[in-house]
Design a protein around this ligand. Structure first.
Ligand SMILES: [Ca+2]
Ligand SMILES: [Ca+2]
Ligand SMILES: [Ca+2]
Length: 333
């Protein structure tokens, strides 16, 4: 009896120190860039059941930012805000199958702690798959963040504490999922996955907690009581999709990038576009999608004074001469 107790305690302490791959950019990370040539297709349909602005106060209603189409196509910075316990179901042009390594990846819009590359502002979601659109099987998720409740802004998380949850990696990097892990489950054919489902993790440590595979409460930013609350789904990239093959390198269009620093910011931000942009239009919009300001630029660095903006979430979208678009989010405090 005593021996069994010791074994149990040993098991508990092992799981408490379990470490998973680190944040994108840190050695050992499993993050996959949106430009990785392994992506052969992107989810092309999405159906959302919106979640709550705040599940603890349903009088605030459901979230309302982003359209289902914002979660389809290649990762582009346009997002679908799912709200507390929102559920998005996506499909591809053809079923996915279990090839070597990761089979698909989910893109959110988390952002790094400017002072620590191991940490980032992360919102998490469970990922489930189905081969009949009826029976869904969840990837065994772990969230070992044992700090006090992460508030809606300003506190960063370490990706090493998170496994098999979408949103583990920052914007631009997909969190990979390997169907191999779900092999042998009777109601799922890992070589004929027709649907992927993203289920927002509420993140509350209170009565509305979402639980990981071991019953740990998932601790992610909560409450996020605004129309952009919850998991922000940007895209789902397919790596092993039936009948789809990587395009040759020469076919890959010049990827647009836009970065904002610092983030969050109070007075000034510096916006950087990718190196070979000659001319672009950059628009600044608020969380409700209203245009705040537009800039015509012919260089790749833009400095913007944001001292007079109200606190909140804003988006910067650049559009170059070829019509290529990309978007970044920042927080004014
Ligand atoms: Ca696989
Ligand atoms: Ca959450
Ligand atoms: Ca998108």
């Amino acid at each position: 009896m005593r021996f069994r107790l010791i074994i149990m305690m040993l098991g508990m302490s092992l799981s408490a120190v379990a470490q998973y791959p680190p944040q994108a950019g840190v050695s050992g990370s499993t993050a996959i860039s949106a430009n990785d040539s392994r992506f052969v297709a992107w989810a092309n349909t999405c159906t959302l059941v919106r979640g709550w602005v705040d599940i603890a106060d349903k009088s605030q209603g459901y979230t309302g930012f982003g359209a289902e189409a914002d979660a389809t196509g290649k990762k582009d910075g346009r997002i679908l805000c799912m709200g507390d316990s929102g559920v998005a179901t996506l499909t591809f042009v053809a079923p996915l199958f279990n090839g070597p390594g990761a089979d698909f990846a989910v893109f959110e819009n988390g952002f790094a702690n400017p002072n620590d590359p191991e940490e980032a502002f992360l919102e998490l979601a469970f990922v489930e798959v189905s081969s009949d659109g009826v029976n869904f099987v969840r990837f065994p998720a772990s969230c070992l963040i044992d700090t006090p409740q992460i508030p809606g802004a300003g506190v960063y998380s370490n990706a090493r504490k998170i496994n098999n949850m979408a949103g583990k990696y920052i914007a631009g990097y997909g969190t990979p999922f390997d169907l191999e892990e779900l092999k042998g489950i009777p109601e799922l054919d890992v070589n004929n996955v027709t649907h992927i489902r993203i289920v927002d993790a509420i993140g509350s440590l209170g009565v509305n907690a979402s639980l990981d595979k071991d019953g740990n409460k998932v601790n992610d930013p909560y409450p996020t009581p605004f129309i952009t609350g919850g998991f922000d789904l940007d895209a789902v990239g397919g790596i092993h999709v039936k009948g789809q093959f990587p395009s040759s390198v020469g076919d890959v269009a010049q990827e647009q990038t836009i970065t904002v620093a610092p983030n969050p910011a109070r007075e000034h931000i510096t916006v950087s576009l990718n190196e070979n942009v000659a001319q672009a239009v950059v628009t600044l919009t608020d969380a409700a999608g209203r245009l705040v300001k537009q800039y015509d630029i012919n260089h790749r660095i833009l400095s913007i004074n944001i001292g007079t903006l109200q606190s909140g979430v804003y988006f910067l979208t650049s559009r170059d001469e070829q019509g290529n678009k990309c978007t970044a989010r920042f927080v004014k405090y």
